[in-house]
Unconditional design. Structure first.
Length: 291
């Protein structure tokens, strides 16, 4: 069985879809979800839907029954992810899983992106667990910028503190396809080809926020410009717009990491795993905006 956690979420659901597209029988795919009713459509297609709540360890033993491979989609609750992830890793190990793939962050061991510490802690725990694993260090999703694009179209301005830092984003579907490739690959010996591998996953082409604004302008015919601020200035602008201080600092810190070059690497691991070029920025923006 291939178990995909968080399968009712965006990345998890796309990974299930990608597994089915690769020809994995639906009966061999488990959609592990907090609320099974949210995956009823997958159940109707023959996918096994099982309850799996990171905060309720008792649900995980049944969810991971007969699990051969597990995708641990990182939790979304900042500050709670490490204990949640440890619970999943422990349960996968107890179930005898042969491989656990974990969605980390690009260059988790060196990046200053604010989300990195919880990913580093999870990676360390996974290595120490002795469980065969694969680190899928995902870069930024292009979809992360949908709100910025829509705001830019409303106001003509996208503000930030990323400077000339480059962002090697890819679509969420690209990252899901990579996860599916790892989970479905039997390798030459039947045990999979990705045990203890580390993949730095990012788009083929990196862009700046000024280039993002230019693509948006060209795509829609509405002039949008990028206004660069200091990290402190950006945080103040965000709190002035009503965001909580902690959230504003988090976003400003992310932009500071981008300015320092921590999300611009293009090693090509993602396109090699999925066997095609990653989805261009323009294509994803067009799909998001319906243009």
């Amino acid at each position: 069985m291939i178990v995909v956690t968080g399968a009712a979420g965006q990345l998890g659901r796309l990974t299930v879809e990608a597994l089915l597209e690769r020809g994995v029988p639906a009966s061999r795919v488990v959609a592990a979800v907090r609320s099974p009713e949210k995956a009823a459509d997958l159940a109707r297609r023959g996918v096994r839907v099982r309850e799996a709540d990171y905060d309720r360890p008792g649900t995980l033993a049944a969810a991971f029954e007969d699990a051969r491979r597990v995708l641990l989609v990182s939790g979304s609750e900042v500050g709670r992810r490490v204990p949640q992830h440890r619970t999943v890793i422990d349960a996968a190990g107890e179930a005898g899983a042969e491989l656990l793939a974990y969605t980390s962050v690009l260059h988790a061991d060196t990046t200053t992106v604010p989300v990195a510490p919880e990913h580093r802690d999870t990676e360390e725990y996974l290595r120490d667990s002795g469980l065969p694993h694969c680190l899928l260090r995902n870069g930024w999703y292009t979809e992360n910028y949908e709100q910025a694009a829509r705001q830019g179209l409303r106001t003509g301005v996208i503000a930030g503190a990323a400077g000339d830092g480059r962002i090697a984003s890819a679509s969420r579907a690209d990252y899901a396809a990579a996860a599916a490739a790892v989970l479905a690959d039997e390798g030459t010996d039947g045990h999979g080809a990705h045990t203890n591998a580390v993949y730095e996953l990012s788009g083929d082409t990196a862009w700046t926020m000024a280039e993002f604004a230019a693509v948006l302008t060209d795509l829609t015919g509405t002039e949008v410009v990028y206004r660069d601020l200091s990290a402190d200035g950006y945080a103040k602008a965000l709190t002035g717009a009503g965001l909580p201080e902690e959230t504003a600092r988090f976003l400003a810190g992310t932009d500071a990491a981008i300015a320092a070059g921590h999300l611009g690497d293009t090693p090509g691991d993602l396109s090699r795993l999925i066997g095609r070029p990653t989805t261009p920025l323009r294509d994803t923006l067009a799909a998001l905006l319906g243009t």
